[in-house]
Design a protein around this ligand. Sequence first.
Ligand SMILES: *[C@@H]1O[C@H](CO)[C@@H](O)[C@H](O)[C@H]1NC(C)=O
Ligand SMILES: *[C@@H]1O[C@H](CO)[C@@H](O)[C@H](O)[C@H]1NC(C)=O
Ligand SMILES: *[C@@H]1O[C@H](CO)[C@@H](O)[C@H](O)[C@H]1NC(C)=O
Ligand SMILES: *[C@@H]1O[C@H](CO)[C@@H](O)[C@H](O)[C@H]1NC(C)=O
Ligand SMILES: *[C@@H]1O[C@H](CO)[C@@H](O)[C@H](O)[C@H]1NC(C)=O
Ligand SMILES: *[C@@H]1O[C@H](CO)[C@@H](O)[C@H](O)[C@H]1NC(C)=O
Ligand SMILES: *[C@@H]1O[C@H](CO)[C@@H](O)[C@H](O)[C@H]1NC(C)=O
Ligand SMILES: *[C@@H]1O[C@H](CO)[C@@H](O)[C@H](O)[C@H]1NC(C)=O
Ligand SMILES: *[C@@H]1O[C@H](CO)[C@@H](O)[C@H](O)[C@H]1NC(C)=O
Ligand SMILES: *[C@@H]1O[C@H](CO)[C@@H](O)[C@H](O)[C@H]1NC(C)=O
Ligand SMILES: *[C@@H]1O[C@H](CO)[C@@H](O)[C@H](O)[C@H]1NC(C)=O
Ligand SMILES: *[C@@H]1O[C@H](CO)[C@@H](O)[C@H](O)[C@H]1NC(C)=O
Length: 533
Amino acid sequence: MPSHLTNHVLLQASLWILASSSPAPTARRVFVAPHEAVITPSPVERDATRTYKNRRDILSDLDSDVDSILSNLGSDIPSYVASGVPNFFQNFPVGDDVVSSLGLQSSELAALPTNALNIDPYANWTSSGWNVRFHGNIYKQPNTSTEDLNKFANKFLIGVDITSLPESQQDQARNLTAEIMVVQQGDVAVDTIHLEPAPSQGSSGEPGGGGATEATGGTQDITLPYNTTTEGDFDVFVPIASNGLTAGNETQEVQRLNTYIDGTTLGNGTAYLVPPEGITIVSDIDDILRVTKIYEPKEGLLNSFARPFVPWENMPDIYANWSASLPNAHFHYLTTTPEQVTRNYMQFIYATYPGGSFDTRPLNFSDVTATLSIRKFLLQKVFETFPQRKFVLIADTSNSDVMRDYPEMAKDFPNQVQCIFLRNTTSTDSGDQFPYDTSGFQGLNQNMYMFFKDPNDLTNIDLASGSCYNTSIAQNLTFGYQGLPLGLGDTSAVNGSANKTGAASPLVSRDAAHLRGVCALAVALGCAFWMGL
Ligand SMILES: *[C@@H]1O[C@H](CO)[C@@H](O)[C@H](O)[C@H]1NC(C)=O
Ligand SMILES: *[C@@H]1O[C@H](CO)[C@@H](O)[C@H](O)[C@H]1NC(C)=O
Ligand SMILES: *[C@@H]1O[C@H](CO)[C@@H](O)[C@H](O)[C@H]1NC(C)=O
Ligand SMILES: *[C@@H]1O[C@H](CO)[C@@H](O)[C@H](O)[C@H]1NC(C)=O
Ligand SMILES: *[C@@H]1O[C@H](CO)[C@@H](O)[C@H](O)[C@H]1NC(C)=O
Ligand SMILES: *[C@@H]1O[C@H](CO)[C@@H](O)[C@H](O)[C@H]1NC(C)=O
Ligand SMILES: *[C@@H]1O[C@H](CO)[C@@H](O)[C@H](O)[C@H]1NC(C)=O
Ligand SMILES: *[C@@H]1O[C@H](CO)[C@@H](O)[C@H](O)[C@H]1NC(C)=O
Ligand SMILES: *[C@@H]1O[C@H](CO)[C@@H](O)[C@H](O)[C@H]1NC(C)=O
Ligand SMILES: *[C@@H]1O[C@H](CO)[C@@H](O)[C@H](O)[C@H]1NC(C)=O
Ligand SMILES: *[C@@H]1O[C@H](CO)[C@@H](O)[C@H](O)[C@H]1NC(C)=O
Ligand SMILES: *[C@@H]1O[C@H](CO)[C@@H](O)[C@H](O)[C@H]1NC(C)=O
């Protein structure tokens, strides 16, 4: 067994013993009230008087809790675990940190071109017309030397020196590092965003359709109503003029608009104008659409930083079929990967899967609790934006926030969740040693969800019928923690089928409080691995 894995297993077993006596951090949820179809308030204005706690202070609070537990173990815990939060995900430098790390002069900075990350938006149809959610970041990317990029890349990789990688992988790792070592531009205006009809899907190089047609109009220039946040982010719904666009209540089809932000490079994106009714497929990316192995941190890092992105088995065929057979479906890719690496994810998706709108983790969701709350925050936003659409939610079992949030969405928005599909990563990958909690699924109709092993298990499922369970796939739910060390929590699986009447196994119920403590802590540590990727 590779040493990082040994440590990983050992850590979990130790935590299981130790954490039963110590309260563990739990996720804080962020809820938003539904908005009217008007310009949303500026986060900058609303938070103008707020004193931001330095991220490092928040982290060091958590570090000291974790350190004190780990120091009792006296064992060979790798430093990225002992620090509570591995560098690659929490300590991405931003703004001034980058300026000082690279020793940049303000004149050098001023001379750099301004770049925009224009994350592909969705738009809903309201009484004021199409309402587009523009979101992204304004930043400058310094010209960093190869030596410096190697130095920083080595901080993000675990136990690997970049120079030991094949040349093409070194190149990619440096490119990604350069995307992280950028200087975000806070409190700047985002003007002008230019909109124009986008050619239909077929000719745009995104295979598999995506169910979008060329818009019938919509050419215009707009300026966002607020400046960027201190982190350089923008995220605001703006009603746009029709200028010949087809009304949302007169079409079932998704219309596409090209959008680009003037005066910036790289600021091109595609807006998806989505009618009020239809099916929206909300898909996670890591370990469901591509092979990441986020549960094996060292592999996960190499797969994210250095190696080319690889699709997971024949998932592209499954999506291509959905896109072709449900031409009005809307695809929305929602991942908690950090915003800085969004572009790599978009490039991979658009080359491999149907085109669609995108969400990644904005920069202000950076401490651990905010990291654990971002998925729900983004899910609520898209559900509230399309209250009459049906949603198909897809991910894998290695994300604790998915395991909590997906079934919660089915309970919070009972008329909107059509299907939940979860790849059981443990069933194909013994390297996945992290526990997952299936208790949220208790009480849900088996017809609406399925845990599955291979993409083929999704073949022939008719999303539109709402019958989402392939009866030939054994479900092994205990409605408690599964995948714990030593097989704890798995014992009540009933001959390969869920016990629909219900309760968790006696072991899990008796020790539920302890296990929750363990898992919350494991989550704090584990999610740091998982969610950074
Ligand atoms: C459009 O989206 C906004 C923002 O989420 C939401 O407040 C509004 O209710 C939606 N409008 C309709 C008609 O669904
Ligand atoms: C579509 O919505 C617009 C604006 O709300 C309204 O004026 C129009 O009558 C509606 N059209 C149909 C076919 O319902
Ligand atoms: C970036 O720096 C390298 C050497 O450090 C130099 O050769 C190159 O011209 C610079 N590029 C720009 C756009 O300044
Ligand atoms: C790295 O970035 C350069 C410049 O954008 C590009 O030409 C090159 O193909 C990239 N390499 C990899 C491996 O992504
Ligand atoms: C927004 O940023 C621009 C510079 O891009 C600045 O001139 C303007 O004063 C800012 N507006 C507000 C309301 O802070
Ligand atoms: C961005 O969009 C503009 C306007 O459509 C176009 O001229 C430019 O070529 C696009 N850039 C890229 C990189 O696609
Ligand atoms: C991050 O900013 C958004 C607005 O862009 C705001 O709604 C949200 O509450 C903020 N989240 C955190 C954790 O600060
Ligand atoms: C996932 O797969 C593992 C290994 O086959 C199995 O023990 C477990 O019960 C499965 N979990 C679910 C929820 O199907
Ligand atoms: C449930 O368990 C059976 C027997 O171990 C296994 O073959 C099957 O793949 C599991 N189902 C899932 C969804 O992992
Ligand atoms: C169910 O899963 C099996 C095994 O992966 C597959 O052959 C079959 O096509 C799937 N669909 C249905 C509706 O049975
Ligand atoms: C393709 O997707 C449609 C719609 O969900 C479904 O009815 C059909 O069975 C699928 N075909 C295959 C081969 O998976
Ligand atoms: C299923 O759960 C119910 C409720 O806890 C329990 O009474 C029953 O014995 C369980 N069935 C099996 C086969 O374990």
